[in-house]
Design a protein around this ligand. Structure first.
Ligand code: DLL
Length: 432
């Protein structure tokens, strides 16, 4: 049930003391070994002795994605390359790629934290786990792979893609736990239907999903279609990869591995902490990373802390599922719209399939959103009247959720693009 109970159920006071000690030593190491931080610390005349409490962290400057780009490839590493045993990298689809590195000890910690997340999600050494995240420069595959091996689970390192083969192997190898993005899990469910395979006849019991935002409605959909317990786990390559936070079987927020990371939730404009329990931007400081420590990294991910204790007994603080990134926020006629708000509404409408696309255009200087959503075959082909009704329902629910009128188009089942990794739901044509 717990992987490291002495840490996961630690008394708050002891945890904070440990965080403080680890923070002091991290700051000393980066200030000594990384010219980028040394310069920043000198600028504010930062004195290491001055860090007496965790609140003192707030005096330090932020690190941003651009800093990683400017220091490409190895400029922010805090150890010489001979002590680095692994590098990963972001794809660079939204600009110059970034590179992160791990020492032997970092890999040990990462494996342990991924093992925590896997254990919290119900998986034990008796399970057979199919890792359908990409292996390679992306951290998803290797991160969870090492975690699963640490737990002692039988690992099938299949990587992403080739969906029919995934299902064949799931059936033949008696997979009990599936690891991938939530959108890919739904693609697998559809493919099973096409192959005439009943998910209830498989051995699958658990699904560990992450790497992209997903709604509670999507969790229910996966649960119904695959008959599994679906948990959420969160991480990002800049601070480690998967293993930063993960849900337990209470399925009510993600426990943060606070002995290895300090998470702040700040108002993205003022950069001051939001009042307890309110939504803001997650800012992360690593406490144990040797090769690639990060001080106050601005993730752009939006979430909130969940107050109060959790039924599972872990004392590690919880955060709510990440609702999206501030850079994914669309501003339409001055109204802020998050793709997750649209997903939430679509999943509440019975006739829709869980596949959609959000298209943003600019017509006559005005922004316009069109939501394309797949609907059941029977509705798409036969019933004009029913189609109108579904469109009207979605439109009116979206209008009340967003405060904005949105165009809705019903499209045929399987007509929208499918994704094996992170889904790309928004097409913003305004930039073209
Ligand atoms: O996606 C690490 C990961 C892999 C986490 C597999 C969990 C499972 P990156 O490619 O660097 O790393 O992308 C990180 O993805 O800043 C979030 O915006 C988003 N993200 C990751 N997990 C979640 C999640 C991996 N559970 C970026 N919910 C992050 C919402 C997520 N968004």
């Amino acid at each position: 049930m717990y992987w490291e109970p002495e840490r996961e159920c630690m008394a708050r006071e002891d945890l904070e003391q440990l965080q403080l000690e680890r923070l002091q030593s991290t700051l000393y190491r980066v200030g000594t070994n990384v010219p980028f931080y040394k310069k920043k610390f000198d600028e504010i005349k930062f004195n290491y002795e001055g860090i007496r409490s965790l609140d003192d962290l707030r005096r330090l400057p932020f690190t941003e994605k651009q800093d990683l780009r400017d220091n490409y490839p190895y400029g922010l590493f805090a150890v010489p390359l001979r002590d680095v045993v692994r590098v990963h990298s972001s794809s660079g689809t939204s600009g110059q790629a970034t590179v992160v590195g791990y020492s032997r000890n970092d890999i040990k910690n990462w494996s342990n934290l991924a093992a925590r997340v896997i254990t919290a999600a119900g998986v034990t050494k008796n399970d057979v786990i199919q890792i359908a995240f990409g292996y390679g420069l992306f951290t998803g595959g290797f991160g969870l792979h090492y975690g699963a091996e640490t737990v002692g689970t039988s690992v099938i390192p299949i990587s992403a893609g080739n969906t029919k083969r995934q299902i064949q192997i799931m059936q033949d190898f008696k997979t009990t736990a599936l690891v991938c993005t939530p959108s890919y899990a739904l693609v697998m469910a559809d493919t099973m239907m096409d192959m005439g395979i009943n998910p209830n006849g498989l051995s699958l019991r658990y699904g560990l999903f992450g790497g992209e935002p997903w709604s509670e409605g999507m969790r229910q959909e996966i649960h119904q279609k695959l008959g599994i317990i679906a948990t959420d786990n969160y991480g990002l390559s800049e601070v480690m990869g998967p293993g930063v936070a993960g849900e337990c079987l209470e399925c009510n927020g993600l426990h943060i591995n606070e002995d290895h990371f300090i998470l702040e939730i700040l108002n993205p404009e003022t950069l001051e902490p939001v009042p307890e329990g309110e939504v803001g931007e997650l800012v992360i400081t690593t406490l144990t990373k040797e090769a690639f420590p990060m001080i106050r990294y601005r993730t752009r991910d939006l979430t909130r802390f969940i107050p109060g204790p959790c039924g599972c007994g872990r004392t590690l603080k919880r955060m709510q599922r990440v609702m999206g990134r501030s850079d994914d926020m669309l501003i339409i006629k001055g109204v802020n719209v998050f793709p997750m708000q649209i997903e939430k509404v679509l999943f509440e409408v019975e006739e829709t399939e869980p596949h959609y696309q959000i298209i943003v255009d600019r017509e006559n200087h005005a922004d316009k959103i069109t939501v394309k959503v797949e609907v059941m075959e029977s509705i798409f082909f036969d019933q004009m009247k029913k189609q109108r009704q579904v469109i009207d329902t979605i439109k009116s629910r979206l209008a009340s959720e967003l405060g904005l009128s949105v165009d809705v188009k019903l499209v045929e089942e399987k007509s929208l693009e499918r994704f094996e990794g992170k889904a790309k739901r928004v097409i913003d044509r305004r930039e073209l």
